[in-house]
Design a protein around this ligand. Structure first.
Ligand SMILES: [Zn+2]
Length: 489
C-alpha cells in the first residue's frame, strides 16, 4: 500500500487492491431486506459525504453499486465480523449477522477521504479486501450522568462517535453523589431541584448540573443505540454513592445520626425491608427500560460507617451470621443479584463486590487496577477490565496519555488460557466529578478512545504505534469534520 488507510480501529486483515471505486450520480445502494435498516443509515452517511443521491434499486446493476448482504457462509467471522471488498466496479459488504454488516459500514465510512469538503467532486475509495472481527465482545465507554446531567443531544452524539470506533457498550452511570436524573415512577422527589436545594441535612456538592430523563426519552436513546448495535448497560449505584436518593427519601437511610455530612459517606440502610421495596421498584423500572442482559449495581466505595452504628443493620448482620460489614455488603449484593437473576438479568459491579465474597453469577468490572479482575477470572467469573491506570479518561492527558492507553493489555499474563476467556473486554470511564462541560467531555474522551478502540477491537499482534499515529493524524480530519478537534493533545 502506498498510502496507509486511515482506519481505526485497524482491521484483522487488510489487503490492498488495484484502482479505486468512484461515487457518481448513478452509484446505487442495494440491500436485501434483512440489511435494510443498516443500509438506510449508510445511505444517509454516504449521501452526506459524497453528495451523490445513492438511489436504491431492487436489483443489483452490472456495476456501480454498493451492496449489503447477510451471508451465513461467513459465520467463521463470528457475531460481529464482516468482509468488505472494494473493486473499481462495486463495493460489497457481507457479514453473517446484522451487527457485522453494521461494523462493515463504519469501515466503509472510514475509507472515504478523511478531509471534509470533498463531496460532489467524484469521491473515491481505494480498492481493498478487508476481513475483520473484534478481539473482544465488550468494547465499552462509560458516561457518568450521576455527578452531572448531560443533555440528550450530547448522549446521541456520544453514541455516534462510539460507533465510528466500533464500541458496542455504552455503560450509562446514571446515578451517583450529585444527581439522580432517571425518572422513577412513585418517587418523584429524586429529581426535585427543590429537594436538592433545600435539604436540611448536608450541602450538595458544588457545581452539579441536575436534570431529568423521562422513560420515553430513555427508550428512544436505547432504541437509537440498538439500531447501531450498541447495548446500553445501565448503572444504578448502590449501596453507596446514593446521597441524592437518601436526601430525597431519608426513610431509606440508617436511623442513626450522621457522623459526617460528606456526600461520599452515605449508604442505604441494608437492614430494613423498605430499602429493598425501593430498590426493587427502581430495578424493575430499569429492567423495563433497558433490555441489556447486564444490570450494573455499582457496589463501589461504600463507607459502611452507618451500618456499624445502625441497630437495624447490625440485627440483620447477626441474623444472617455475617462476620463483618464487608460480609453484610456481600449479602446485600447477593440479594440484589437474586432479584436480577429472577428477572432473567445478570449482575455486574465494580471490583469492591469481591470483598466479603462474590455473588455466584456476578461479573466484575475491575477498576482499582487489574488485580480484582485477575482474582475474579481465576474464580471463574467474567470480567470487564476498566483500570484507573489506563482507562480513566477523566484523568488528564499528562497522567493517561494516548500512547499509554494504546499500550493497555486487557488480558493479564497471570491468567491461564481458560481463565483468560473470562475477560469479556475493556472499557473507558468518563467520570464527571469535576463538572466538565459537554465539549470538555468529548475532548477528554478523544483521541484516547481511538487508542482504546484498537485495544479492544484489533488483534493484539496488529498493535503498531507508528501505523496508529499515522492513522490518527488523518482520522483527526474526519473528527474535525464532525466538529471534534483532537489536535493539540
Ligand atoms: Zn441501617
Amino acid at each position: 500500500m502506498n498510502t496507509p488507510l486511515a482506519l481505526t480501529p485497524w482491521p484483522m486483515r487488510v489487503q490492498a487492491g488495484d484502482g479505486q471505486f468512484v461515487f457518481t450520480p448513478t452509484t446505487c445502494l442495494v440491500a436485501d431486506a434483512a440489511a435494510a435498516p443498516t443500509a438506510e443509515t449508510l445511505a444517509a452517511q454516504l449521501r452526506l459525504r459524497t453528495g451523490m443521491p445513492l438511489p436504491r434499486p431492487d436489483q443489483r446493476p452490472a456495476s456501480g453499486a454498493v451492496v449489503l448482504a447477510l451471508n451465513p457462509q461467513l459465520a467463521h467471522l463470528g457475531a460481529e465480523g464482516y468482509r468488505l471488498v472494494v473493486t473499481a466496479t462495486a463495493v460489497d459488504l457481507q457479514a453473517p449477522t446484522a451487527a457485522g454488516l453494521f461494523w462493515a459500514t463504519q469501515t466503509l465510512y472510514q475509507l472515504l477521504p478523511a478531509a471534509a469538503g470533498a463531496a460532489g467532486a467524484g469521491v473515491a475509495i481505494p480498492a481493498v479486501i478487508i476481513e475483520d472481527q473484534p478481539r473482544f465482545g465488550w468494547r465499552g465507554l462509560m458516561l457518568d450522568t450521576g455527578h452531572d446531567y448531560q443533555h440528550l443531544s450530547f448522549i446521541y452524539r456520544f453514541i455516534d462517535l462510539m460507533v465510528l470506533h466500533k464500541f458496542n457498550r455504552l455503560h450509562w452511570h446514571i446515578t451517583d453523589l450529585g444527581t439522580w436524573p432517571l425518572e422513577i415512577d412513585g418517587y418523584p422527589r429524586l429529581q426535585d431541584p427543590c429537594t436538592l436545594g433545600t435539604r436540611r441535612r448536608g450541602t450538595p456538592p458544588r457545581g452539579v448540573k441536575p436534570g431529568r430523563y423521562t422513560h420515553a426519552q430513555v427508550r428512544e436513546v436505547v432504541a437509537y443505540a440498538a439500531a447501531r448495535h450498541v447495548t446500553v448497560v445501565p448503572e444504578i449505584d448502590m449501596p453507596g454513592h446514593s446521597a441524592p436518593a437518601l436526601m430525597a427519601y431519608p426513610e431509606f437511610d440508617c436511623p442513626v445520626p450522621h457522623r459526617t455530612w460528606e456526600w461520599e459517606r452515605w449508604e442505604y440502610c441494608v437492614g430494613q425491608e423498605r430499602t429493598y421495596d425501593f430498590l426493587h421498584a427502581v430495578l424493575s423500572q430499569v429492567m423495563a427500560l433497558f433490555p441489556s442482559p447486564y444490570i450494573h449495581i455499582g457496589g463501589d466505595e461504600c463507607p459502611k460507617d452507618h451500618w456499624r452504628l445502625c441497630p437495624v443493620c447490625q440485627a440483620r448482620r447477626q441474623a444472617e451470621g455475617l462476620a463483618d460489614e464487608d460480609e453484610l455488603q456481600s449479602w446485600f449484593v447477593r440479594r440484589i443479584e437474586r432479584f436480577l437473576n429472577a428477572h432473567g438479568r445478570r449482575l455486574i459491579g465494580w471490583d469492591e463486590i469481591l470483598e466479603g465474597g462474590l455473588a455466584p453469577d456476578a461479573t466484575v468490572m475491575s477498576w482499582r487496577g487489574v488485580g480484582g479482575g485477575i482474582a475474579a477470572a481465576q474464580a471463574g467469573h467474567d470480567v470487564v477490565m476498566a483500570p484507573t491506570s489506563h482507562t480513566y479518561f477523566d484523568y488528564p492527558e499528562t497522567t493517561t496519555s494516548v500512547a499509554k492507553v494504546y499500550q493497555f493489555e486487557p488480558v493479564p499474563a497471570e491468567l491461564s488460557a481458560a481463565q483468560a476467556r473470562h475477560i469479556l473486554g475493556a472499557q473507558a470511564q468518563m467520570w464527571t466529578d469535576n463538572h466538565p462541560t459537554e465539549a470538555e467531555i468529548e475532548r477528554l474522551v478523544y483521541p484516547r478512545a481511538c487508542a482504546l478502540a484498537e485495544v479492544v477491537w484489533s488483534p493484539a499482534a496488529a498493535r503498531d504505534a507508528d501505523r496508529f499515529a499515522a492513522c490518527l493524524a488523518a482520522h483527526a480530519q474526519r473528527l474535525a469534520a464532525l466538529g471534534l478537534d483532537i489536535t493539540g493533545a
